[in-house]
Ligand binder design. Structure first.
Ligand code: SF4
Length: 547
């Protein structure tokens, strides 16, 4: 299928691959999507999908999870677009593409044009199907499913193939323009990298060996552990060869992860020294959301934060302008841009990161299961990343914390008291959870060990019996967390508890021989902690996302 104007030059060398999901996320800036997806739980979504698939299959003529893919000649490139449609009905008189969205928003508030992006996904699949099977007309059925109530709401729209073709062009054009601008930038960047030299007259003792081994490890795709004394210039010794490798196309992007804000400054200084020599590199320092937030209320829902309202529709142009003006995006630049344009600086930094060559950030953004950068580390067709971990001896302890989780009765009780009148269903789920904790307290018996004046018991077994009440609480609270709500004194506490419980449940799912269950306190002071002793396998999984 040719989407291009035949007179355009065809550049055989530029071959691109992308998914429908990525294409739509890039080209359709839909504010409804922001609030819709921000709290959506992926596992709940897929469970809901399989429930709907089973119902539809039983009705006949339905195939679920259909992989679709097609290559197009467009704007002088070959673009392979692929994705998985949720389902296809092949009826006598029509073919229907099914796109399912698990809804946390009440179905009564969802109307036909609720989200441009949801229709865009359906239309992309419809077009892929129409070209691969030569069908002149395809219907898109968009189904919103409320899993809690087991209710669905569907909308149908039928499209001719040429209309779908025109639509898909409107998505592909900005995407390819962006890819081309990235290519152009990389050419400028790589010439500057070629021209830089090591910024000091000579290497310090051990520094050359460090630089050599860093480069060699990138070439060989291996991991390098470095133990070196203070003062040999570790940061430059690692950063300089990594930037050289980036310029030679051996890696696509660099991450510099640190345990402390102060050491992030050292990496920034090293970059600035090279920039004085003429290095062109887009560099971003990620600052924690709570530190860079401009909203006194610290509430990210669109009705409580003016900085996120309309963010999606405005951000692309702002990001483009910033990239034209700056190479270096430390905290001050991001904050000023957020203030000047009235948009969320944290979301802005995440969007800018996609066009940056070096991202300086806390360990969390790479390793913490709650906040790691999904946009980089969850893609199937990943780029080659090179991760530099500063003071890696700190990572082990930090990671133990990231992969441990705790529940304590006092907190559940306090929140219960505050919500019992307004939110009886959520409160009931909390009471159930507390009851199960008290069963576990009884089973644990006397606390026989002691450390630092605190009595405790440890066990090797996962508290499996908590899974059901945890799941019930999450189901009960999810729509409240993601829906519209009045601000109450307990709001922040309950939102935090929701995410803590979600984290606890996720950790319980991966409980293994590397975990212990730690029990302390009695009655209202009772606490149960899933302690990660060895996070090695989790760190290894994250590191596998890199060279
Ligand atoms: S400014 Fe950003 S981080 Fe702060 S509340 Fe608004 S959306 Fe959240």
């Amino acid at each position: 299928e040719t989407l291009s104007n035949q007179s355009e030059p065809f550049n055989e060398s530029l071959r691109l691959k992308t998914s429908v999901r990525n294409l739509v996320a890039f080209s359709v800036k839909d504010d409804a999507l922001w609030s819709f997806t921000s709290y959506r739980l992926a596992n709940e979504g897929s469970l809901a999908h399989s429930q709907l698939h089973a119902i539809n299959r039983a009705k006949g003529n339905y195939v679920s999870e259909v992989h679709l893919s097609h290559s197009f000649e467009i704007m002088g490139c070959i673009l392979e677009l692929s994705g998985r449609a949720d389902g296809i009905w092949r009826l006598n008189d029509k073919v229907i593409i099914h796109e399912i969205k698990t809804s946390a928003t009440p179905l009564s508030e969802i109307h036909e044009n609720f989200s441009e992006a949801h229709w865009a996904q359906g239309k992309c699949y419809a077009y892929l199907l129409s070209v691969t099977e030569d069908i002149s007309e395809v219907t898109v059925r968009l189904t919103y499913y409320d899993r809690e109530k087991n209710e669905e709401k569907s909308f149908d729209k039928t499209f001719k193939r040429d209309r779908l073709q025109r639509f898909i062009k409107t998505l592909i054009h900005p995407y390819i323009a962006w890819v081309r601008s990235q290519e152009k930038w990389k050419a400028t960047r790589n010439i500057s990298i070629e021209n830089i030299i090591f910024p000091y007259p000579s290497y310090r003792k051990g520094q050359k060996l460090l630089a050599y081994n860093t480069y060699k490890c990138i070439e060989d795709g291996k991991r390098l552990f470095v133990q070196a004394p203070t003062g040999i210039g570790k940061t430059m010794g690692v950063l300089y060869p990594s930037i050289k490798a980036l310029g030679e196309g051996k890696v696509d992007r660099l991450f510099y992860a640190t345990a402390k804000t102060t050491t992030r400054g050292i990496a920034e200084t090293a970059y600035n020294i090279l920039a004085e020599q003429g290095l062109r590199l887009k560099v971003l320092t990620l600052t924690a959301k709570e530190k860079i937030c401009l909203n006194d209320e610290k509430n990210c829902t669109p009705d409580k934060c003016p900085f996120i309202l309309g963010y999606m529709s405005r951000s692309r142009k702002i990001v483009k302008d910033l990239l034209k003006k700056h190479d270096f995006f430390p905290r001050e630049v991001i904050t000023q841009a957020g203030l000047r344009h009235g948009i969320c600086p944290f979301e802005l930094s995440l969007d800018l990161a996609l066009s940056c060559d070096l991202i300086i950030c806390d360990y969390n953004y790479i390793f913490d299961p709650r906040v790691y950068l999904r946009r980089f580390f969850e893609q199937k067709e990943r780029e080659n990343y090179h991760i530099m971990i500063d003071e890696a001896h700190n990572l082990f302890d930090r990671a133990r914390g990231m992969y441990s989780a705790e529940l304590n009765v006092r907190l559940l009780l306090d929140i219960s008291k505050e919500i019992k009148k307004d939110l009886p269903v959520i409160n009931k789920a909390l009471i159930k959870l507390r009851k199960e904790l008290s069963v576990l307290e009884k089973q644990a018996g006397e606390l026989v060990s002691e450390a630092g004046g605190v009595k405790y018991n440890t066990g090797h077994n996962a508290p499996e019996s908590l899974k059901a009440p945890l799941g019930e609480f999450i189901t009960a609270a999810e729509s409240w967390v993601s829906g519209e709500r009045d601000e109450e004194p307990y709001t922040d506490k309950l939102v935090n508890l929701f995410f803590d419980i979600l984290h606890f449940k996720n950790i319980l799912e991966i409980y293994s021989a590397n975990y212990r269950t730690l029990i302390t306190g009695k009655k209202t002071g009772f606490s149960l902690k899933l302690v990660c002793l060895d996070p090695g396998s989790m760190l290894d999984r994250r590191m596998s996302a890199a060279k």
